[in-house]
Ligand binder design. Structure first.
Ligand code: NAD
Length: 254
């Protein structure tokens, strides 16, 4: 098998659709074996089937520590190792700070932040085992532009994504030199996440006016960056924030 990820084994959370799906497609094209982990079982199984022998689906709720232990063990048992972890699963909820309930805040933190923490905690030993002298393993944590700037009506999401940005740097220090850990920070990307919140059209129109590149991102745009960070081409990148937002954070926002 040839390709930029030839021989690598990757686990992608939230892999059933959206950016996780696009990353899975690119990873397989580049020669990786991919485990798609999600709670959307039908979509995940269909996608894995369509990708052939290089992909498989497992049910994994990222907030469930015991399920994480099983997922990592199953990956090592069936595929021999784990080289790449993409902590991509996440949810978005809008609401004014003054109306936000603690339960609603906790739900977002639980999936976006605790889920990412559990992934790193549980996979760290397997990723360390998989790293060789010539190649390092890689964790890619999907944060957001809301992990480096605040957005009105996104208290819970912004808190969770700043948390992801922070624990990425801590993990990079603790897991180096064998495991690299980086965060990616997409701007507005056309995926079911925005559709489900009923803001897809408004968001696309707003972003197309505001950002330097005058369009929303695509899941494929983000997947190219994910491939780079999963591959040995990013061998000297760790603890870093990779912004991919069409220029959204380049302007002062007035
Ligand atoms: P999406 O809703 O299409 O995909 C998210 C996936 O995560 C879904 O398949 C969903 O089932 C899964 N998921 C949710 N809760 C889960 C849980 N508890 N356990 C396992 N899987 C779970 O959205 P997307 O845009 O592809 O989002 C992917 C990541 O990118 C998220 O972390 C999101 O916060 C981030 N992001 C998205 C945008 C955007 O504009 N779309 C921008 C910046 C960052």
């Amino acid at each position: 098998m040839t390709g930029r990820l030839a021989g690598k084994v990757a686990l992608i959370t939230g892999g059933s659709r959206g950016q996780g799906e696009a990353a899975a497609r690119r990873f397989v094209e580049e020669g990786a074996q991919v485990v798609l982990a999600d709670i959307l079982d039908d979509e995940g199984k269909r996608l894995a089937d369509s990708l052939g022998d290089a992909a498989r689906y497992i049910h994994l709720d990222v907030t469930d520590e015991a399920a994480w232990v099983d997922a990592v063990a199953e990956t090592e048992r069936d595929l021999g190792k784990l080289d790449v972890l993409v902590n991509n699963a996440g949810i978005l909820r809008f609401g004014a700070l003054v109306d936000l309930s603690v339960d609603a805040l906790r739900q977002v933190l639980d999936i976006n932040l605790i889920g990412t923490f559990l992934g790193m905690k549980t996979a760290a030993k397997a990723l360390t085992r998989a790293a060789g002298d010539a190649a390092t393993s890689s964790i890619i944590n999907v944060s957001s532009v809301e992990g480096i700037r605040g957005s009105a009506y996104l208290t819970a999401y912004t808190a969770s994504k700043f948390g992801v940005t922070g624990i990425t740097k801590v993990a990079a220090m603790e897991l180096g030199p064998r495991v690299r850990v980086n965060s990616i920070h997409p701007g507005g990307v056309a995926t079911p996440m925005l559709e489900e919140q009923g803001v897809a059209e408004a968001s696309a129109a707003h972003i197309s006016k505001k950002v330097a590149l005058k369009r929303q991102g695509t899941a494929e745009d983000i997947a190219h960056l994910t491939v780079f960070l999963a591959s040995d081409e990013s061998s000297y990148c760790t603890g870093a924030e990779f912004v991919i937002d069409g220029g959204a954070t380049a302007h002062a926002g007035f």
